[in-house]
Design a protein around this ligand. Sequence first.
Ligand code: AMP
Length: 183
Amino acid sequence: MKIILIGIQGSGKSTQGNLLREKLGVPYLSTGHIFRELAKEKTPTGRYIKETMNAGFLISDEKTVPIVAEYLSRPEYEDGYILDGFPRTIAQAREFENGIDYVVNIKVSEQVALARLTLRKGTENRADDSSNAIKQRIEQFFTHTIPVCRYYKEKGKLIEVDGQRSIEEIHEEIMSKIKSHTS
Ligand code: AMP
Protein backbone atom coordinates (compact mmCIF):
# COMPACT_ATOMS: atom_id res chain seq x y z
CA MET A 1 0.00 0.00 0.00
CA LYS A 2 1.27 3.48 -0.88
CA ILE A 3 0.09 6.29 1.37
CA ILE A 4 1.03 9.95 1.35
CA LEU A 5 0.65 12.06 4.47
CA ILE A 6 -0.01 15.74 4.06
CA GLY A 7 -0.46 18.25 6.86
CA ILE A 8 0.70 21.60 8.06
CA GLN A 9 3.84 21.38 10.20
CA GLY A 10 2.70 20.42 13.67
CA SER A 11 -0.27 18.38 12.44
CA GLY A 12 1.19 15.13 13.79
CA LYS A 13 2.15 13.54 10.47
CA SER A 14 5.16 11.68 11.81
CA THR A 15 3.23 10.36 14.83
CA GLN A 16 0.44 9.10 12.56
CA GLY A 17 2.94 7.82 9.99
CA ASN A 18 4.66 5.67 12.59
CA LEU A 19 1.33 4.31 13.88
CA LEU A 20 0.33 3.40 10.32
CA ARG A 21 3.70 1.73 9.81
CA GLU A 22 3.08 -0.48 12.85
CA LYS A 23 -0.54 -1.23 11.95
CA LEU A 24 -0.07 -1.87 8.22
CA GLY A 25 3.48 -3.25 8.28
CA VAL A 26 4.55 -0.81 5.58
CA PRO A 27 7.81 1.20 5.90
CA TYR A 28 7.61 4.89 6.78
CA LEU A 29 9.83 7.62 5.40
CA SER A 30 9.85 11.37 5.79
CA THR A 31 11.41 13.84 3.40
CA GLY A 32 12.00 16.25 6.30
CA HIS A 33 14.13 13.55 7.93
CA ILE A 34 15.99 12.82 4.68
CA PHE A 35 16.76 16.53 4.23
CA ARG A 36 17.87 16.96 7.86
CA GLU A 37 20.43 14.19 7.27
CA LEU A 38 21.59 15.66 3.93
CA ALA A 39 21.92 19.10 5.58
CA LYS A 40 24.76 17.70 7.72
CA GLU A 41 26.93 17.08 4.64
CA LYS A 42 29.72 19.61 4.03
CA THR A 43 29.00 19.88 0.31
CA PRO A 44 27.38 22.69 -1.71
CA THR A 45 24.12 20.69 -1.79
CA GLY A 46 24.34 20.04 1.97
CA ARG A 47 24.87 23.75 2.65
CA TYR A 48 22.03 24.77 0.31
CA ILE A 49 19.65 22.34 2.01
CA LYS A 50 20.67 23.51 5.47
CA GLU A 51 20.20 27.21 4.68
CA THR A 52 16.91 26.67 2.88
CA MET A 53 15.45 24.50 5.64
CA ASN A 54 16.59 26.79 8.42
CA ALA A 55 14.85 29.71 6.75
CA GLY A 56 11.63 27.67 6.52
CA PHE A 57 11.56 27.51 2.73
CA LEU A 58 11.03 24.47 0.54
CA ILE A 59 13.97 22.75 -1.17
CA SER A 60 13.69 23.26 -4.95
CA ASP A 61 11.61 20.77 -6.92
CA GLU A 62 14.67 20.07 -9.12
CA LYS A 63 16.62 18.81 -6.10
CA THR A 64 13.70 17.21 -4.24
CA VAL A 65 12.20 14.98 -6.93
CA PRO A 66 15.37 12.99 -7.81
CA ILE A 67 16.32 12.58 -4.13
CA VAL A 68 12.90 11.14 -3.26
CA ALA A 69 12.86 8.99 -6.42
CA GLU A 70 16.23 7.51 -5.45
CA TYR A 71 14.97 6.57 -1.96
CA LEU A 72 11.75 5.06 -3.27
CA SER A 73 13.63 2.92 -5.79
CA ARG A 74 15.28 1.02 -2.90
CA PRO A 75 14.09 -2.57 -2.46
CA GLU A 76 12.53 -1.94 0.98
CA TYR A 77 9.95 0.40 -0.58
CA GLU A 78 9.09 -1.89 -3.48
CA ASP A 79 5.87 -3.20 -1.92
CA GLY A 80 4.70 0.13 -0.55
CA TYR A 81 5.42 2.94 1.89
CA ILE A 82 4.02 5.69 4.01
CA LEU A 83 5.54 8.90 2.72
CA ASP A 84 5.47 11.97 4.96
CA GLY A 85 6.18 15.37 3.45
CA PHE A 86 6.16 14.69 -0.29
CA PRO A 87 4.77 15.86 -2.70
CA ARG A 88 4.59 19.35 -1.30
CA THR A 89 4.15 21.30 -4.53
CA ILE A 90 2.01 20.78 -7.63
CA ALA A 91 5.18 20.35 -9.72
CA GLN A 92 6.32 17.51 -7.41
CA ALA A 93 2.88 15.86 -7.57
CA ARG A 94 2.82 16.00 -11.37
CA GLU A 95 6.27 14.43 -11.64
CA PHE A 96 5.38 11.75 -9.15
CA GLU A 97 2.81 9.39 -10.60
CA ASN A 98 3.73 6.40 -8.54
CA GLY A 99 0.56 4.38 -8.09
CA ILE A 100 -0.45 6.17 -4.89
CA ASP A 101 -3.43 4.58 -3.12
CA TYR A 102 -4.36 7.31 -0.64
CA VAL A 103 -3.38 10.82 0.26
CA VAL A 104 -4.24 11.61 3.87
CA ASN A 105 -4.58 15.27 4.81
CA ILE A 106 -4.40 15.73 8.59
CA LYS A 107 -6.22 19.00 9.15
CA VAL A 108 -5.36 21.36 12.00
CA SER A 109 -5.90 25.10 12.23
CA GLU A 110 -3.01 27.51 11.88
CA GLN A 111 -3.39 28.46 15.56
CA VAL A 112 -3.13 24.86 16.77
CA ALA A 113 -0.14 24.19 14.48
CA LEU A 114 1.63 27.31 15.75
CA ALA A 115 0.99 26.37 19.37
CA ARG A 116 2.30 22.81 18.85
CA LEU A 117 5.40 23.94 16.96
CA THR A 118 6.20 26.57 19.56
CA LEU A 119 5.92 23.89 22.25
CA ARG A 120 8.19 21.55 20.26
CA LYS A 121 10.87 24.25 20.02
CA GLY A 122 12.11 23.39 23.48
CA THR A 123 12.10 19.61 23.03
CA GLU A 124 13.32 18.65 19.54
CA ASN A 125 15.92 21.40 19.11
CA ARG A 126 15.35 21.78 15.38
CA ALA A 127 17.06 24.73 13.69
CA ASP A 128 13.93 25.36 11.60
CA ASP A 129 11.75 25.77 14.71
CA SER A 130 12.77 29.43 15.12
CA SER A 131 9.76 31.79 15.16
CA ASN A 132 10.49 33.20 11.69
CA ALA A 133 11.02 29.78 10.13
CA ILE A 134 7.81 28.45 11.70
CA LYS A 135 5.83 31.37 10.22
CA GLN A 136 7.46 30.83 6.86
CA ARG A 137 6.77 27.07 6.86
CA ILE A 138 3.09 27.65 7.59
CA GLU A 139 2.93 30.18 4.76
CA GLN A 140 4.67 27.73 2.39
CA PHE A 141 2.09 25.12 3.30
CA PHE A 142 -0.85 27.34 2.34
CA THR A 143 0.81 28.59 -0.86
CA HIS A 144 2.25 25.34 -2.18
CA THR A 145 0.71 22.33 -0.46
CA ILE A 146 -3.02 23.14 -0.24
CA PRO A 147 -3.13 23.02 -4.09
CA VAL A 148 -1.61 19.50 -3.84
CA CYS A 149 -4.63 18.44 -1.73
CA ARG A 150 -6.97 19.81 -4.39
CA TYR A 151 -4.96 17.93 -7.05
CA TYR A 152 -5.47 14.58 -5.30
CA LYS A 153 -9.11 15.37 -4.42
CA GLU A 154 -9.84 15.67 -8.14
CA LYS A 155 -8.23 12.25 -8.58
CA GLY A 156 -10.49 10.78 -5.87
CA LYS A 157 -7.54 9.85 -3.67
CA LEU A 158 -7.84 12.42 -0.89
CA ILE A 159 -8.83 11.40 2.65
CA GLU A 160 -9.32 14.25 5.10
CA VAL A 161 -9.15 13.76 8.84
CA ASP A 162 -9.61 16.08 11.82
CA GLY A 163 -6.14 16.45 13.36
CA GLN A 164 -7.32 18.30 16.44
CA ARG A 165 -8.24 15.23 18.45
CA SER A 166 -6.31 12.63 20.38
CA ILE A 167 -3.58 10.62 18.63
CA GLU A 168 -5.69 7.42 18.91
CA GLU A 169 -8.85 9.06 17.55
CA ILE A 170 -6.99 10.46 14.55
CA HIS A 171 -5.40 7.07 13.88
CA GLU A 172 -8.81 5.35 14.06
CA GLU A 173 -10.32 7.88 11.66
CA ILE A 174 -7.52 7.33 9.14
CA MET A 175 -7.90 3.53 9.39
CA SER A 176 -11.68 3.59 8.99
CA LYS A 177 -11.54 5.99 6.03
CA ILE A 178 -8.91 3.80 4.35
CA LYS A 179 -11.17 0.76 4.88
CA SER A 180 -14.27 2.48 3.50
CA HIS A 181 -12.27 3.62 0.46
CA THR A 182 -11.09 0.04 -0.12
CA SER A 183 -14.50 -1.61 0.20
P1 AMP B 1 9.18 18.57 7.68
O1 AMP B 1 9.98 17.78 8.66
O2 AMP B 1 8.27 17.75 6.84
O3 AMP B 1 8.49 19.73 8.34
O4 AMP B 1 10.24 19.20 6.64
C1 AMP B 1 11.26 20.06 7.09
C2 AMP B 1 11.80 20.88 5.91
O5 AMP B 1 12.36 19.99 4.92
C3 AMP B 1 10.79 21.73 5.16
O6 AMP B 1 10.51 22.96 5.79
C4 AMP B 1 11.52 21.91 3.83
O7 AMP B 1 12.58 22.85 3.94
C5 AMP B 1 12.16 20.54 3.61
N1 AMP B 1 11.25 19.62 2.87
C6 AMP B 1 10.68 18.48 3.32
N2 AMP B 1 9.96 17.89 2.36
C7 AMP B 1 10.05 18.70 1.26
C8 AMP B 1 9.52 18.65 -0.06
N3 AMP B 1 8.71 17.64 -0.45
N4 AMP B 1 9.84 19.64 -0.91
C9 AMP B 1 10.64 20.65 -0.55
N5 AMP B 1 11.18 20.77 0.68
C10 AMP B 1 10.89 19.81 1.59
